[in-house]
Design a protein around this ligand. Structure first.
Ligand code: ATP
Ligand code: F6P
Length: 442
């Protein structure tokens, strides 16, 4: 059987990369690590994060700032043991097929970095150091308030005292912290150094394609507040017939949704902020977006077109079962990987959506009007849905979904338009034209 390429279109099974986070506390290292992990997993690249703090908490659950003073020998030993345990687990994980392991710790001294580098080299694992530097005091304080005072390290403690203790912890790290290659003797290392959330970026010795994708992705991240709105097109004439694919017009109820969408968007945005609207190149999404305010910038993306159902385009699920019973069964067995004859799989759709995700990460407020399968893939990226489940998600017609990225997750609000539409959700094995959705699917 030919090996499947992952979302990046390359064979990565034989690649092992350790992404070593570097930086003082509250510089967004864990944030960057979990974003990178999600991006890679979404692209089917096996990725995992090893957070040294989680290992340290097993022995020192709620340490005060002086635990992190390098003159505290007991503290040093515990921290060293936590780093060793995290790296040992990461090495085991690489041996079991892991491709990108992210070591999430401050790694703030040259000695620690050299040790990680040499440990990886012995096992033939590439390393890329990713440093986040930040001297914006306001941002650091906001980070402490947002995520640190609620961390398990300070559970049950007064937030003001927790914030003060965390600042003292940072001071202890500052005493020993050396920025990567600051002294010019780490220039042989592969690294990405980001200053003040990407305002300035230094890239050194990137070695291969996967590393360059990771670097490019990280360079596009920002933390300005924003939301992404997702909507399917209004109900189409094909939806009424239970036919898939095609380039049908909207049904009368689909037209009503198009008329209602500007009001739903206004309600959800809450002010006069202009949005950028992305549609596919198909009639039904363009028609759905056409009553939105004229000052919204609108763009059509071919990459947002519905999953191509190849020879099955225009058929009902019953017709597919009658003409291609083996295909019908195969799709139900592995919906994510099944590729329609002459068409696409969900995996293929994710590959073509990669530039969309990249652009979304760079952008601020965007409204995307697209199709059932494509919306599932974009939603899965933000909401961390796995590949088993995402192709079966229930995404109703005539509903606006607002996603707002937060420090460690994404918030979701749904705005139903209150306009009836058929259900295009189909359960495993079913050939029903319009099936009642099973709500717990998502
Ligand atoms: P620690 O060493 O204590 O684990 P950390 O560096 O891992 O700290 P995070 O827990 O990731 O810090 O901090 C999360 C906060 O950092 C979020 O509020 C996020 O918005 C913010 N953030 C994300 N990226 C950056 C960045 N490049 N620079 C500064 N802050 C960032
Ligand atoms: O039925 C609407 C539709 O957008 C079709 O055009 C498309 O083939 C289908 O949904 C994708 O959903 P599923 O993967 O569940 O068949």
């Amino acid at each position: 059987m030919p090996r499947l390429t992952n979302g990046l279109g390359v064979q990565v099974e034989d690649t092992h990369i350790c992404v070593v986070m570097v930086g003082l506390p509250a510089r967004g290292k864990s944030y960057i690590a979990q974003k990178a992990q999600r991006y890679l997993q979404w692209l089917s690249v096996p990725a995992a994060t090893f957070n040294v703090g989680n290992y340290r908490r097993k022995d020192a659950a709620q340490p005060t700032a002086d635990f992190f003073d390098t003159n505290n020998a007991a503290g040093e030993r515990t921290r060293r043991a936590a780093a060793e345990a995290a790296v040992a687990d990461m090495m085991k994980w690489f041996k079991s097929g892991g491709v990108v392991g992210i070591l999430d710790a401050t790694n703030s001294t040259k000695e620690r970095r050299r040790w990680v580098l040499e440990t990886c080299q012995k096992e033939g694992i590439e390393t890329i150091f990713v440093e986040s530097k930040c001297d914006d005091e306001e941002l650091i304080m906001a980070n402490i308030r947002d995520v640190k005072t609620t961390s398990p390290d300070y559970q049950g403690q007064d937030p003001e005292e927790a914030a003060q203790d965390f600042r003292n912890r940072i001071r202890n790290y500052e005493k020993i912290y050396v920025s990567i290659d600051e002294d010019g003797d780490e220039s042989e290392m592969t690294y990405l150094k980001m200053m003040n959330v990407g305002r300035q970026v230094i890239i050194n010795r990137i070695q291969d394609y996967l590393e360059s994708r990771i670097v490019y992705y990280l360079m596009n991240l920002h933390i300005r507040p924003r939301s992404v709105w997702l909507s399917r097109h209004g109900e189409s004439m094909y939806n009424l017939d239970g036919r898939i694919g095609g380039d049908a017009q909207l049904s009368p109820r689909g037209e009503q949704y198009a008329l209602k969408l500007p009001e739903l968007v206004r309600k959800s945005v809450g002010d006069d902020r202009p949005l950028t609207v992305w549609t596919s190149t198909l009639k039904r999404t363009i028609a759905t977006a056409r009553h939105l305010p004229k000052h919204y910038n609108q763009l059509q993306w071919k990459a947002l077109d519905e999953l191509d159902s190849g020879v099955c385009d225009g058929m009902t699920y019953q017709e597919i079962k009658d003409y291609y019973p083996d295909d019908f069964r195969a799709r139900d067995e592995d919906k994510y990987n099944y590729r329609y004859r002459g068409g696409e799989s969900y995996r293929d759709v994710v590959i073509r959506l990669e530039p969309i995700i990249m652009e979304l990460e760079r952008s601020e407020d965007i409204l995307i009007v697209t199709h059932q399968a494509v919306l599932r893939c974009i939603y899965a990226y933000f909401m961390k849905k796995d590949q088993e489940k995402s192709p079966w998600m229930h995404v109703p017609l005539h509903t606006l979904i607002k996603l707002t990225p937060r420090a460690y997750g994404t918030e979701e609000v749904r705005y139903p338009a209150g306009i009836d539409a058929v259900s295009t959700w189909r359960g495993k094995g079913s050939t029903a034209k319009h099936e009642d959705p099973v709500p717990e699917v998502i």
